[in-house]
Design a protein around this ligand. Structure first.
Ligand code: ADP
Ligand code: MG
Length: 137
């Protein structure tokens, strides 16, 4: 099951706050430790924030469902070059390409903003999802 986290319009709640709340709840529910390495310090355009939250929900659903990880590390940064999201778990990883509907949906969220997203599994080591959206202003 994919999860979607919603961010309200009008920036009533920052992406950093939305991420922190979601990650805290998710960690409590799953028992998987979340290490937050970075959260965006600035305001992120709401369409970018929505894409990040949707893709993160898919990435975490995969950690919960497939990884058997104990720890997942999350970093979301927003700077001059654009936004970067990294979700890295210490689970079982996988061989070859990750190409299901969940990965396709995650990738589509980033591509619709001119960005890219990749999923890299290393068997026995874990999985890392990396997405970038170039800054458009
Ligand atoms: N964090 C992860 N740990 C281990 N395997 C993963 C992880 N993320 C993705 N995968 C692998 O990639 C496949 C495709 O993922 P996805 O497109 O989300 O489809 P689904 O979750 O419906 O199987 C998964 O079935 C799994 O084999
Ligand atoms: Mg999935």
């Amino acid at each position: 099951m994919s999860e979607e986290v919603r961010v309200r319009e009008g920036r009533s709640r920052s992406l950093a706050q939305a991420l922190e709340e979601h990650l805290t709840e998710w960690a409590e529910r799953t028992g998987i430790i979340v290490e937050i390495w970075a959260l965006p310090a600035q305001d992120v355009p709401s369409r970018v924030a929505r894409a990040v939250l949707a893709a993160l929900g898919e990435a975490l659903a995969n950690v919960e469902r497939h990884s058997r990880a104990r720890v997942v590390s999350v970093a979301v940064t927003f700077g001059r070059a654009g936004l970067r999201m990294t979700v890295s778990d210490n689970g079982v990883g996988f061989f070859g390409e990750a190409e299901g509907r969940g990965v396709a949906a995650m990738r589509a969220h980033f591509e619709q903003l001119g960005g890219t997203l990749g999923v890299n599994g290393v068997p026995g080591e874990g999985t890392t999802v990396t997405g970038v959206v170039p800054r458009q202003d």
